[in-house]
Design a binder for this molecule. Structure first.
Ligand SMILES: Cc1ncc(COP(=O)(O)O)c(C=O)c1O
Length: 379
């Protein structure tokens, strides 16, 4: 190892200084793998990415996985490969991160905002059905498995099948979540993942992946991520540079081996929160669909007095977050392009949600402290 890159620096990844770094961070095997890549001199388009893609596809239960430079690139390239372009209507939930909709606009298509089910925070199939009826050029739908809980994909696919919509499953917060026997990445025509450092697994930087069973779609995305260049060196389509580096792939492989155990830990911690908070009528806890596995990227409750509760928790040394406090269609960059949109449920959620502390190694005592502080606040 050189002096200049200390991949063991706990500040890079760590969320709890009392926890052994190897529990949530980059372990010795991964560090050795990264060093091997550095020493190999092959930094892009190499065998480590291929191995990462194969193993990711296997875990997700799909035939192909295509590594890209971010979750945003994953969404963009999947929609581009599906042929989404100017004038197309693409349905996105009102309650999500900006990057679910910005690639739609980048392709010249129209994001059509669909309200969510406030219990699951995910796109409501009935709302999708009515939005599609009103649309001029319905082309695709991007349900988001927000916070790590899967959307009702059977309901969404029923509408999509009827209207021949391409289904891109935004799984950027839902690595290996499942519902009705399928993972988030296998639940649509394609699935998009982010490896941004706060996600359930990372590449220690930016990165993303697209999953699909469609060989032609995968091939198009591989071309688009590399300047539209085919194996023969000829550029038959446009593309930019959205490649995922070999060092990133080496970190991703190490994380892939552990992400399911981390997800289990998150799920257990969430169960403890839900059990303890059940006695507080003011608190609405997140729901898990029957036959589903929620990977709790975030544990998000709803309360009537969100800001006052957050202030109280901060006074007690507990950090909380809001994901997200402005509904997507109200951000100026989007509002000025799509005009007035009325999504009462997404708008109400934005005023009431609070993200409680959640990470793979949160202890029973930490969860108990946060829950007890909330219980006592409302007593
Ligand atoms: C729901 C959702 N979609 C898309 C993205 C974009 O991923 P990235 O930040 O890797 O571009 C994110 C991550 O921030 C996300 O949470």
């Amino acid at each position: 190892m050189t002096d200049s890159i200390d991949l063991t620096d706990p500040s890079v990844e760590h969320t709890d200084p009392s926890v052994e770094f190897t529990e949530v961070g980059v372990d010795d095997t991964t560090i050795a793998d990264v060093v091997a890549v550095l020493e190999s001199g092959r930094y892009v388009k190499g065998p480590v990415l291929e191995r990462f893609e194969q193993q990711f596809a296997e875990k997700a239960g799909v035939d192909h996985a295509v590594g890209v430079s971010s979750g945003t690139a994953a969404i963009l390239l999947a929609l581009q490969a599906a042929g989404v372009g100017p004038g197309d209507d693409v349905f996105v939930p009102g309650h999500t991160f900006f990057a679910t909709a910005s690639p739609v606009l980048s392709l010249g298509a129209n994001p059509v905002f669909v309200d969510v089910n406030p219990e699951t925070y995910t796109m409501a199939p009935s709302e999708l059905a009515s939005a599609v009826e009103d649309a001029e050029n319905p082309a695709a739908v991007v349900p988001v498995h927000i916070y790590g809980g899967m959307a009702d994909m059977q309901g969404i696919r029923a509408v999509a099948d009827e209207h021949e919509l391409f289904v891109l499953s935004d799984s950027c917060q839902a690595h290996f979540a499942s519902r009705d026997g399928e993972t988030a990445g296998a639940a649509g025509d394609a699935g998009a993942f982010s490896f941004y450092p706060s996600k359930n697994m990372t590449v220690a930087g930016d990165g993303g992946m697209v999953t699909t069973d469609d060989a032609a779609l995968a091939e198009d995305m591989r071309r688009f991520r590399n300047h539209g260049r085919g194996d023969d060196g000829v550029h038959r389509s446009l593309g930019l540079n959205y490649r995922l580096d070999e060092t990133s792939a080496a970190v991703g492989l190490g994380q892939l081996a552990k992400v399911e155990r981390w997800n289990e830990n998150r799920n257990v911690a969430a169960g403890r929160y839900t059990e303890r908070l059940a006695e507080v009528p003011e608190v609405t806890t997140p729901t898990e669909p029957d036959g589903g596995f929620h990977v709790y990227h975030l544990y998000v409750i709803q309360v009537p007095d969100r800001d006052a509760l957050r202030d109280h928790l901060a006074d007690e040394g507990i950090d909380t977050g809001i994901h997200y406090d402005t509904p997507l269609h109200e951000h100026p960059a989007i509002a000025e392009r799509v005009g007035d949109v009325d999504l009462p449920r997404s708008e109400a959620l934005a005023d009431h949600i609070v993200s409680l502390p959640m990470h793979p190694n949160i202890s029973e005592a930490e969860v108990e402290y946060v829950a007890r502080t909330i219980v006592e606040y409302y007593r």
